[in-house]
Write a protein that binds this ligand. Structure first.
Ligand code: FUL
Length: 446
């Protein structure tokens, strides 16, 4: 009897561990991150004042001299735009630290700005708290200023700077490891010790999700246009790949791997302007509210998140061009998505893989939103949506993945029912919600 019980239990353990192996799941930190949907990136530093995108690292500190810097204004506009957080370039490739780092002599402290007493990271951390926004930092591993860059000691410098940031300004919701790896002041490239960087992060900041091209928690989407794949798996295989040049193909990053071994979802980073830093000549090139809405459909609407860069100008303020567009972008999202024609929530899978949502009377529909219960994995491989009127099909759409949220938009039709069929799945899928909307005709996905 005891033996039989032992065999059954062993089998159960093997079965469970296999099932677990088959389907990676998101951590609670990743789930919270998925739910943020839209948050800001801020690129600010010497480049803002030299009109460069990649500073050389030899810019005099006094170049950094914002005349009206106001991080509360950044946070206020971020909040008004509906963003849930801000990630700031605490240090870009030029090595200039926006905080008085003990690990560098190329910082705000060495500038004349506020007589060397200023601290942009500290000010933004406070402002985010005040406005109920989450806060994160970008700390470029590539450093074109640090004298130790290109030597093994630089890895200690990077770890010490990370530690300094975490202990002084944390907790961060996200920490950004840029993949760029160029030459430093001594002409050498650095061999980054990402293994140690990761160990330090996990120890000091276990609740922070870490971004790099290949995770560990969030991956790059494979382009800087803010566009996720129409097929977008939250799974990724990382074995054999390194960050930066040794990473998976941009296509793999864009779409993920259907059978990937890790839950590493894609983040869509894109700038509201052509460049990452502010350049006056780009004032007329700020993305319009409609363009931002389209990016929202192509990022959040494909199960990803939208990390939108909004670079402050030389005054140290979010420029009027950008804020005007952002406020309208929020209005567009609210006007179009605050009231659905119909919303139906589900628990579990219907017997037939078909979900039916009835609309009380025929209404004009041009958008269907579907959500998958990703806490138990991402499973839908393909599906068909049929919009029907009096039993007749008036629109049929075939698509692949769903993920956290899938937004499908199309030329409007009159319909009184939505039929959603899972045509293929990794394992028993479960949708949590299907809803339908009528959005402005001009706003359907381009
Ligand atoms: C890239 C950087 O080289 C750009 O300057 C920018 O910071 C972008 C978000 O990541 O790798």
């Amino acid at each position: 009897m005891k033996k039989a019980l032992f065999v059954i239990l062993s089998l159960l353990v093997v079965y469970c561990s296999q099932a677990q192996k088959k389907l990676p799941l998101p951590t609670k930190q990743q789930l919270a991150w998925h739910d943020m949907e839209f948050y800001w990136f801020i690129h600010f530093g010497p480049n803002t004042f030299t009109d460069k995108e990649w500073g050389h690292g030899d810019e005099p500190e006094d170049i950094f001299n914002p005349t009206e810097l106001d991080c509360r204004q950044w946070a206020r506009i971020a909040k008004q735009s509906g963003a849930k957080g801000i990630i700031l370039t605490a240090k870009h490739h030029d090595g200039f630290c926006l905080f008085p780092s003990k690990n560098s002599t190329h910082t705000v402290r060495e500038s004349k700005w506020m007589n060397g007493k200023g601290d942009v990271v500290g000010a933004l951390q406070k402002a985010c708290k005040e406005y109920g926004l989450k806060f994160g930092v970008y700390l470029s591993p590539w450093d074109r200023n640090h004298p130790k860059y290109g030597t093994p000691e630089y890895n200690d410098v990077y770890i010490n700077t990370m530690t300094e940031l975490i202990t002084k300004y944390g907790p961060f919701f996200e920490f950004w490891w840029d993949g760029a790896n160029g030459e430093g002041p001594n002409g050498k490239k650095q061999v980054y010790d990402f293994h140690r960087f990761e160990k330090t992060m996990r120890k000091l900041a276990p609740n922070t999700v870490v971004f790099s091209d290949i995770g560990p928690d969030i991956r790059w989407v494979g382009n800087e246009n803010g566009i996720a794949g129409k097929t977008n798996w939250n799974y990724l295989d990382t074995a054999g790949f390194t960050r930066g040049a040794g990473g998976p193909s941009q296509d793999s990053l864009n779409q993920g791997n259907i059978n990937g071994k890790n839950w590493i979802p894609a983040e869509c980073d894109v700038s509201i302007r052509p460049g990452w830093f502010y350049h006056k000549e780009e004032d007329e090139k700020v993305k319009t509210p409609e363009q931002l809405f389209d990016l929202y459909l192509k990022s959040v609407g494909r199960g990803s998140t939208l990390l939108l860069n909004v670079p402050p100008d030389r005054r140290g303020l979010i420029n009027e061009h950008d804020s005007a567009s952002l406020i309208e972008f929020r209005k567009l999202r609210e006007q179009n998505f605050s009231k659905s024609i119909v919303t139906k929530s589900f628990t579990g899978l219907p017997q037939t893989n078909v979900y039916i949502v009835k609309i009380a009377k025929p209404l004009t529909v041009n958008c269907v939103v579907v959500k998958e219960a990703i806490q138990s994995g991402q499973k839908v491989k393909s599906f068909t949506v049929r919009l029907k009127k009096s039993g007749e099909i008036v629109k049929e759409i075939e698509a692949t993945t769903v993920g956290r949220k899938r937004i499908l938009s199309f030329p409007a039709v009159e319909a009184d029912a939505i039929e959603f069929t899972v045509t293929d799945a990794k394992s028993k899928p479960s949708l949590t919600e299907i809803s339908a909307y009528k959005i402005d005709d001009d706003l359907i996905e381009k």
